[in-house]
Design a protein around this ligand. Structure first.
Ligand SMILES: [Zn+2]
Length: 282
């Protein structure tokens, strides 16, 4: 969908509301209190009222748009811009496109969007053959360690999905517990032969340490994890200067990469509906 088509499709608040309703209740609205399917829509309150028990339900409650003063039209445009721009979009640019004088509001929207993406990422564990390595990213001028895992297609050896996890240190126990959060136990894990990875075999089907003659060989043994690390750095450093919430940006990068063959705007609507307002990005 190009920008003109987007603006045409979501020209007003009503069209955004119907789209959200269609995704949230694909089989028609059902009252959560009594199960009745008979309800009327009160557009002034953006709510359904059950015609049987009169229970009311806001269409934005318990979604990304929960209790937000921003219109759905602005939210939809923000979701469109964040998902469409291949290089990512900063809060400042977002504020500019949405005509917001206060970029802090755009920054809060951007953070919520990253939280929604993170919640979706956390739904999936990497599986199969997985390359695992550590990288150093810069966060607010400081170096931060990140564990990076990429699962590969069995037939082609091409990357399938990627996950990143900021870690406090490079101790074996820290890296192991981060790896377990990202990767399914049935997987085979290839790593460099760093001593911190010695016990990985206890958590996964198999650990394949690739001993390198020299550090520059790392890209030969674990090619895709290194490609994804440099792509993620380019994505983050290119748009988002002085990042001080690295995990959120890594989640944004991996959410996009893992859905690169999908309609990202619609995936983002799904993420918006599954959002839990109480969730906070670590
Ligand atoms: Zn009811």
């Amino acid at each position: 969908m190009n920008l003109l088509e987007f603006q045409d499709r979501f020209a007003d608040e009503d069209s955004c509301e119907s789209y959200l309703i269609q995704w949230r209740w694909p089989d028609g609205y059902v009252c959560e209190a009594c199960g009745s399917k008979e309800a009327w829509y009160m557009s002034a309150r953006r709510s359904f009222e059950c015609s049987y028990c009169h229970h009311q339900r806001s269409i934005t409650a318990d979604t990304l748009f929960h209790a937000s003063h921003t219109s759905l039209q602005e939210w939809f445009l923000a979701l469109y811009l964040v998902t469409e721009s291949k290089k990512g979009i900063s809060a400042l640019e977002l504020a500019h496109h949405l005509g917001m004088k206060d970029s802090r509001r755009a920054a809060r929207m951007k953070k919520r969007i990253q939280e929604a993406m993170t919640m979706r990422n956390e739904h999936y564990l990497l599986q199969g053959f997985v390359e695992l390595d550590e990288a150093v990213f810069t966060e607010a001028g400081e170096n931060t360690n990140v564990l990076v895992a990429v699962s590969l297609e069995e037939e082609t050896g091409h990357p399938k999905y990627v996950r990143f996890q900021v870690v406090e240190n490079m101790k074996a126990a820290t890296l192991e517990s981060a790896a377990v959060r990202l990767i399914d136990p049935s997987s085979d894990i290839a790593t460099d032969a760093h001593p911190s990875h010695n016990n990985l075999g206890e958590h996964f089907n198999e650990h394949i340490p690739c001993k390198q003659e020299k550090p520059s060989d790392a890209a030969l043994y674990l090619p895709w994890v290194h490609v994804l690390i440099s792509n993620a750095k380019r994505f983050i450093n290119g748009t988002h200067h002085a990042v001080n919430h690295l995990q959120g940006y890594l989640e944004e990068f991996s959410w996009r990469f893992n859905r690169r063959f999908c309609n990202l705007f619609n995936r983002m609507i799904v993420a918006s509906i599954s959002y839990k307002p109480a969730y906070r990005l670590q």
